[in-house]
Write a protein that binds this ligand. Structure first.
Ligand SMILES: Cc1ncc(C[n+]2csc(CCOP(=O)(O)OP(=O)(O)O)c2C)c(N)n1
Ligand SMILES: [Mg+2]
Length: 333
């Protein structure tokens, strides 16, 4: 059953809703393929998928300009893809090939692409926050009209870097949008087992940063709040903070027996799959005829298939290149 409020929001701008649906589906199908390739041992190393959380990344990207910067954690395939990094370059990176966005040196957790100002991909919990503050400080000092968006999990709030970064961003009124992806677990640790205060927006508010909780499974709400927050930051309003409540449908990483949560809890959240919710709302409003939905799926499937072909045709970096890009091309002979 679609509530009246959702129905009205979809009808108000069906094109935007279909765009969001397409973006979420791109991330979902891409990662489903990654899981398949991982199981077939084509991709190795650590891999963490974002399946279930797509609305959080999809909802903000359309509000950004090409000159803005984006940082994420190790669960970042979707962020990179939706920011504009080519699917083939991401997958080739995961294959460890030279054609990857980091020449195959980074892998799943360290996607990076200067052209789209996607600054990673970071395996260190909370590691992206000080980088975001540094980027925003540079922009402010140089008088550049840019916003830096920093995604991180709720596990980051236990780190000193979280507090140091938010404090300095607030003190210096830097143009950063912090986006906490609260999926309730940091590996196998539920938030309430590690934090005395589980209201994360409140922690940011304690540093005088405007902060709101948002339903991270409702992509229309995510988009609306993201647009507003990006606008406020760009207008010189200093850092802003959004806490998105969301859920990862899959395990933490490819090695996780998931003993810390009940199957019933997962099933409850699966009922709020952001893709299913938006699709149902569009269909109920008569804004997603069967052939439009088939076209959306076809477009996504072709993109994923092309990425697989591109990655499969890749080649490892030649051994003689291995010392390149370390310090300087003009190092001692
Ligand atoms: C500084 C640091 N400490 C510990 C780890 C080990 N570690 C990897 S992922 C993770 C959980 C992080 O959870 P969260 O920030 O909520 O992100 P999520 O995986 O839920 O998206 C931890 C503790 C790490 N990578 N970095
Ligand atoms: Mg988490």
């Amino acid at each position: 059953m679609i509530d009246e409020f959702t129905a009205r929001r979809v009808t108000a701008d069906p094109e935007r809703a279909r765009h969001l649906l397409l973006q979420m589906l791109r991330a979902r199908r891409f990662e489903e393929k990654c899981v398949e390739l991982y199981s077939a041992a084509k991709i190795r190393g650590f891999m963490h998928v974002y399946i279930g959380e797509e609305a959080v990344a999809a909802g903000v990207m359309a509000a950004l300009e090409p000159e803005d910067a984006v940082l994420a954690i190790y669960r970042e395939h979707g962020h990179a893809l939706l920011r504009g990094v080519l699917a083939g370059a991401i997958l080739a990176e995961m294959y460890g090939y030279e054609q990857g966005c980091c020449r195959g040196r980074g892998g799943s957790m360290h996607l990076f692409d200067a052209a789209t100002r996607f600054y990673g991909g970071n395996a260190i919990v909370a590691g992206g926050l000080p980088l975001a503050v540094g980027l925003a400080l540079a922009d402010k000092m140089a008088g550049r009209d840019r916003v830096t968006v920093c995604f991180f999990g709720e596990g980051a709030v236990a780190e000193g870097e979280f507090h140091e970064s938010i404090n300095l961003a607030a003190l210096w009124q830097l143009p950063v949008l912090f986006r906490c992806e609260n999926n309730l677990y940091a590996m196998g640790t539920a938030l309430g087992r590690s934090e005395s205060q589980t209201d994360i927006a409140l922690k940011a508010a304690a540093y005088e940063v405007p902060a709101w909780p948002v339903d991270g499974m409702d992509v229309l709400a995510v988009e609306e709040t993201a647009r507003r927050a990006v606008h406020m930051v760009r207008a010189g309003g200093g850092p802003h903070f959004l806490e998105l409540s969301t859920y990862r449908f899959r395990a933490h990483s490819m090695y996780d027996p998931e003993r810390y949560r009940e199957k019933a809890e997962v099933a409850t959240w699966l009922e709020r799959d952001p893709i299913d919710l938006l699709r149902a709302a569009l269909e109920a409003a008569g804004e997603l005829p069967a052939k439009t939905w088939a076209a959306v799926q076809g477009e996504v499937d072709s993109e994923v298939q092309a990425a697989v072909e591109f990655a499969k045709a890749g080649t490892p970096e030649p051994v003689e290149d291995l010392t390149r890009f370390l310090y300087t091309e003009r190092g001692p002979k």
